[in-house]
Design a protein around this ligand. Structure first.
Ligand code: CO
Length: 170
C-alpha cells in the first residue's frame, strides 16, 4: 500500500509536469501566432456607398464616383411603401460595354430569378436582391480596374427608363 508521503510526492511531480507543459504550449502558441500576423496584409475596410430607391421610381443618385480597384460596400434600401409586386427595386451595376436597355429587356423574362437573368451574369459587376418596402441589401465588391462609366439600373419591369445611372470609375 502507498504511504501518504509517496502519494504526495507523486502529486507534486505531476503538477510540475503540467505547469511545464502549459508553459511550453503557451510559448509555442505565441511564436506561431506572431509570425503570420507580422506578414499578413492589413484588412481592407470597404468604402460604403448608400443608395435608396422610392415609390416615385427614382434612385437617390444617378451618378457616383469610385476609385479603380477599391473595395466597396453598396448598401441599397427601398424606402417606399408600395408592395414589392407593384414597386420592387434592385440595383444592378453592369460592365461598361454592356447595353443597359438590352439588359433590362432580357430581365423582363427572368421572373424566376427576380429579373436578374442568369445567362447574362457575365455583364454584371454587382447586383442587390429585389427589395420590397423598407427592405435593405448590402453587396461588397471590388471596383473595376479600368476607368470609365459603368451603367446601373433597376431591372423591375418598366423601371429602367427612370431608375438608371452611372458608376464612374476614376
Ligand atoms: Co425599381
Amino acid at each position: 500500500a502507498r504511504t501518504p508521503l509517496r502519494s504526495g510526492a507523486m502529486k507534486i511531480s505531476f503538477v510540475t509536469a503540467l505547469v511545464f507543459l502549459a508553459l511550453g504550449l503557451t510559448g509555442c502558441g505565441k511564436n506561431e501566432s506572431a509570425a503570420p500576423a507580422a506578414s499578413a496584409p492589413a484588412p481592407v475596410e470597404p468604402r460604403v456607398v448608400e443608395i435608396t430607391g422610392n415609390d416615385q421610381m427614382r434612385f437617390s443618385v444617378d451618378r457616383f464616383e469610385v476609385k479603380a480597384g477599391e473595395t466597396l460596400k453598396l448598401v441599397f434600401t427601398n424606402v417606399g411603401m408600395l408592395p414589392k409586386q407593384a414597386m420592387g427595386h434592385n440595383l444592378v451595376i453592369l460592365r461598361k460595354d454592356a447595353n443597359p436597355q438590352a439588359y433590362a429587356a432580357a430581365a423582363l423574362r427572368a421572373v424566376a430569378t427576380d429579373y436578374v437573368p442568369a445567362d447574362l451574369s457575365a455583364q454584371v459587376i454587382a447586383a442587390t436582391k429585389l427589395l420590397g418596402p423598407k427592405e435593405k441589401d448590402e453587396v461588397t465588391f471590388t471596383a473595376p480596374s479600368e476607368a470609365g462609366d459603368y451603367p446601373f439600373l433597376c431591372t423591375f419591369p418598366g423601371h429602367a427608363a427612370l431608375m438608371k445611372g452611372v458608376m464612374v470609375v476614376k
